[in-house]
Design a protein around this ligand. Structure first.
Ligand code: HEC
Length: 182
């Protein structure tokens, strides 16, 4: 076999190898993952808008919230939820400070809707074990944080009806940049 015949045969063999690899990979598909089931989507479809319409059943108040806080939040957010020492954010105080030279933004002073505290804590806290609390625990610890901020009373019970009705101190502090629709 001459050298040019050999090259011709070798390239033919290579072409056949590549062609068969191509069809083998084509059968495998592009490996873009699997379809998710409605149940799987449901676990993450937990957003709560300001109106609180999708708040879950359950309820809680500050006395139990204090226990939840001590067990699951204290080590990062500090005693009395005042943060400190490079730990996680303080969750208390700053009300009335936003327009001053040293504004202190906390969930109490800055967040316009109490429903967002529930949503955020349920989906993201404890930071190292998110979505591990029951809905009752989240209602309760939300109540505890709101009591520490003097926004509700220690005896107030939070649930899907009462939570959206809380008027947060900075509720009207945001500027709307586009005209409100009729
Ligand atoms: C392991 C530490 C850790 C634990 C435990 C923890 N947090 Fe947090 N938390 C954080 C960190 C860090 C942030 C800031 C996260 C960010 O900005 O992305 C945060 C942010 C927050 C915020 C938003 C504060 C803001 O002003 O934006 C809230 C509310 C909150 N945590 C509540 C809780 C509650 C309630 C618990 C207990 C159920 C808890 N956290 C437990 C670390 C922790």
């Amino acid at each position: 076999m001459s050298i040019s015949d050999f090259r011709w045969h070798a390239s033919l063999v290579l072409m056949l190898v590549f062609a068969s690899m191509h069809s083998a990979f084509a059968q495998l598909g592009p490996s873009l993952g699997e379809s998710v089931t409605p149940e799987e989507v449901g676990k993450w479809d937990i957003s709560i808008a300001p109106d609180g319409l999708t708040l879950p059943p359950g309820e809680g108040s500050a006395p139990h919230g204090k226990e939840v806080y001590r067990k699951h939040c204290l080590r990062c957010h500090g005693e009395g939820a005042e943060g400190g020492d490079g730990l996680a954010d303080r969750l208390v105080g700053g009300i009335g400070s936003l327009a001053s030279e040293s504004p202190i933004k906390t969930v109490g002073s800055y967040w316009p809707y109490a429903t967002t505290i529930f949503d955020y804590v349920r989906r993201a806290m404890p930071y190292d074990l998110p979505m591990s609390l029951t809905n009752d625990d989240v209602y309760a610890v939300t109540a505890y944080v709101l009591v520490l901020n003097d926004i509700i009373e220690p005896t107030d019970v939070l649930n899907s009806i009462t939570l959206p009705n809380i008027e947060m101190p900075n509720r009207h502090g945001f500027v709307i940049h586009w005209p409100e629709s009729d």
